[in-house]
Design a protein around this ligand. Structure first.
Ligand code: ZN
Length: 484
């Protein structure tokens, strides 16, 4: 958090050396053979009879992380750490100059080391699974490939229909003047209204928005402000607030153990997307918040009606950049990366061919061709940091958010009525009970089974997007139902 907010540039080198030392010490302790002995002893404890008991969950997860850490040769861990710091630097330079050839040898080396990592850890069906497992325990590339293919088959025509729709919302209202201090005030008010506890958290400015937990009652959010743009900071804060509500909802009594930690990146992202998009971009939300927003921004919003504003914040514009993507195109950006990184690991795609393959997929899925690699395959930091197998968790999160919302809507007797009167407590309590307080007890697919009785499913997300965009863009779908 400090590195991203207040650390002076000159302090970065010393901080990097400190982090390297910490990483080395952590790895030494994490792989101490005494941990293995203690885990062997613990395996026979009486609690092992109930796999959902907190002790059993903790032992299971400590075993999982110990096994992974001890399977990795220390030389590979050190080599990866060195490469990550070099590759990030080279990636920045490559992106600045929009020159893939600068990053190419580092990406090639990264893929080679990630293959070694996967082989050392072991896997049943696909190498990719050994990497995916760190971010989304229990998920496999085979199940995601099948699920994502169905999602893609529904999303590509939706995005195309929106692009060709004669009816277009006017979002110019969002580019009026929004003074930064007022944006901050309004974003904090909204975060607090949906349940973020500012006595146990704060909001600061950083170049890249994130949520970071420093301790059990210390959750830090960041955002960035642009006085000519309402969307970026507000929905950025709603997104990070969703992450923060999950962190604040974890059971404090289990802090420092897996029972007190978020279960996966996909589930984490489901919470951020739920508050940012499903709640934050709903008509009901703006029926409650627009009158308050008019009070804060009388000049920009004095003459704006709620329907007009709701349509403006739901404008779809297929773009080249993932982090700027709207709700309907976002998952297509993720699918491009998921397919390419699987092909790279499997050896079906040569690193030299990444820019061509990237651009082809953007044409096929989004109908756009990146004019250069900076706006194409060099836009994301992930691969340079060794985060291979991470991207699919964004889309898992979007799908889970829709599934969870449907169930909450059913069990709470209609979310729109609650949201419309600014009563967010029932939804937050529902999420706390069903998801947050379980920590790492249930992996994402198990959580879905327990909550809605089914499997992870793309259909609720597609239905939600169609229901939202049909009236805005004048589209029609048979059997369409509108939730919030
Ligand atoms: Zn997020």
């Amino acid at each position: 958090w400090d590195e991203q907010t207040y650390l002076p540039a000159g302090g970065a080198e010393h901080r990097a050396a400190q982090l390297e030392m910490l990483a080395k010490l952590t790895h030494e302790r994490r792989t101490d053979p005494r941990i293995g002995e203690l885990l062997d002893t613990a395996a026979d404890g009486e609690w092992s009879a109930d796999p959902a008991a907190p002790e059993a969950v903790n032992v299971r997860e400590w075993r999982r992380s110990y096994d992974r850490a001890t399977k990795l040769p220390a030389s590979l861990v050190a080599e990866l750490a060195r490469l990550e710091s070099q590759a990030q630097h080279q990636w920045m330079e490559a992106r600045r100059r929009s020159d893939f050839s600068i990053f190419r040898p580092f990406l090639a080396k990264m893929i080679e080391l990630k293959r070694q990592e996967a082989d050392a850890v072991g896997y049943k069906a696909a190498r990719y699974d050994a990497l995916l497992d760190q971010y989304e325990p229990g998920a496999t590339s085979a199940s995601l490939t099948e699920l994502f293919a169905k999602l893609r088959a529904d999303l590509v025509p939706l995005v195309q229909a929106i692009a060709e729709a004669p009816k277009k919302p006017d979002d110019s209202v969002l580019q009026r003047h929004y003074p930064v201090d007022r944006q901050q005030h309004f974003a904090e008010m909204a975060a607090a209204a949906v349940g973020f506890d500012f006595t146990k958290g704060r909001l600061d400015v950083a170049a890249h928005p994130f949520c970071s937990s420093v301790g059990p009652a210390d959750c830090r959010l960041t955002t960035r402000y642009n006085p000519r743009d309402f969307i970026e900071a507000f929905f950025g804060v709603m997104h990070e607030t969703g992450h923060g509500l999950y962190e604040q909802g974890l059971d404090r009594d289990f802090f420092g153990t897996p029972m007190g930690e978020a279960v996966s990146l996909g589930v984490h992202e489901s919470q951020s997307r739920l508050w940012e998009n499903t709640v934050g971009r709903s008509l009901a939300f703006w029926e409650f918040f627009l009158p308050l927003a008019r009070g804060v921004f009388p000049q920009a919003l004095g003459d704006v009606g709620v329907e007009e504003f709701h349509q403006a914040v739901n404008t779809v514009k297929p773009s080249l950049i993932r982090v700027e993507a709207d709700e309907s195109t976002y998952n297509l950006h993720v699918l491009v990366r998921f397919e390419l990184e699987q092909a790279l690991l499997a050896g079906d795609l040569a690193v030299d061919d990444v820019p061509t393959a990237w651009n082809q997929k953007y044409r096929d899925y989004l109908g756009l061709t990146p004019p250069d690699d900076a706006q194409g395959c060099l836009q994301d930091i992930h691969w340079s940091c060794g985060l291979v197998g991470y991207f699919p968790t964004y889309t898992i999160g979007n799908m889970l958010a829709a599934q969870f919302t449907n169930k909450a809507d059913e069990e709470l007797g209609g979310l729109s009525a609650l949201v419309r009167r600014g009563d967010f407590r029932p939804l937050l309590d529902w999420l706390r009970t069903k998801i947050h307080r379980h920590g790492m007890r249930y992996y994402s697919a198990d959580l879905v089974r327990r909550i809605d009785g089914g499997e992870p499913d793309h259909r609720p997300l597609v239905a939600e997007l169609r229901a939202k965009y049909a009236p805005i863009y004048g589209l029609y779908y048979a059997g369409m139902d509108v939730s919030i």
